[in-house]
Design a protein around this ligand. Structure first.
Ligand code: OAD
Length: 235
């Protein structure tokens, strides 16, 4: 912990990768592990273009349920600590796999949302991309103003990430002196590839997670515990 604290204190350029675990203490369920199931479905069975084509109502019911939970959630001490870090560091990039919007709500500035945003929708026909915060949705599936069905504004398994975002994330990871990996199981690609990428580019990589993950063996320092407790101590 002391060594990691020193690395962060000395760094001008910091990049961060967050996953569902950073929002766990805000009451948002993670995808894998305890509480990761919805009805009898796994996220991997619902968050796909094929699942949506087969049963858009089912997929939208899952998103509507998640939006309902997230709408009640507020940022926790870990989200808040990252706002303080952004204020302190001349070069700071927050890269998240989360779609919950809690980093925005906490007050971070620019956020690279690799997997999109649950508070946006996209039209399946005209391509319109628009915000929508209705909870619960009055009608499932929801529709675009053009009359066609809308889909969640998130990235599904097998879909490309938003144009150019991986290049921006790699640029930040490659230039970082410290790379923090918080609350991710590090099994979903390409997001997880940023960890070895940062390491090879020379960053000190610090992981915060109560469990061992796919990344633990390659990081410079693994701090085991909940992000809301560890991060404020670290900064
Ligand atoms: P996962 O659900 O795979 O992993 C959550 C991680 O958070 C686990 O490693 C937990 O040990 C850890 N965790 C739990 N509580 C924590 C706490 N209080 N503090 C810190 N860590 C904690 O979530 P992700 O790795 O984010 O993608 O999942 C990656 C992607 O898979 C998601 O973005 C989503 C999902 O399917 C898409 O929807 C495309």
């Amino acid at each position: 912990m002391d060594q990691a604290r020193q690395w962060i204190a000395d760094a001008n350029a910091v990049a961060i990768l967050t996953g569902a675990g950073i929002s766990a203490e805000s009451g948002v369920p993670t995808f894998r592990g305890d509480g990761g199931l919805w009805r009898e479905y796994r996220a991997e069975d619902l968050a796909t273009p094929a699942a949506f084509a087969r049963d858009p109502k089912l997929v939208w019911e899952w998103y509507d349920w998640r939006r309902g939970i997230i709408a009640q959630a507020v940022p926790n001490a870990a989200h808040r600590a990252l706002v303080q870090l952004e204020i302190r560091k001349p070069q700071f990039t927050l890269i998240t796999q989360n779609v919950d919007g809690l980093h925005d709500l906490a007050g971070n500035g620019k956020i690279l949302k690799l997997h999109g945003d649950i508070w946006r929708m996209r039209c399946t026909e005209c391509g319109a991309n628009f915000p929508n915060r209705r909870v619960p949705l009055p009608k499932v599936p929801p529709h675009c103003a053009c009359g066609a069905m809308a889909r969640p504004g998130v990235v599904w398994f097998g879909e490309p990430l938003p144009e150019g975002i991986m290049q921006e994330a790699e640029h930040a990871a490659g230039g970082a002196e410290v790379f923090l990996v918080i609350g991710t199981s590090a099994v979903v690609y390409p997001a997880a590839s940023l960890i070895p990428y940062a390491k090879q580019a020379g960053a000190k990589v610090i992981e915060i997670n109560p469990e061992l993950t796919a990344a633990t063996s390659i990081v410079d320092c693994a701090l085991q515990g909940p992000a809301g407790e560890i991060l404020p101590q670290l900064l």
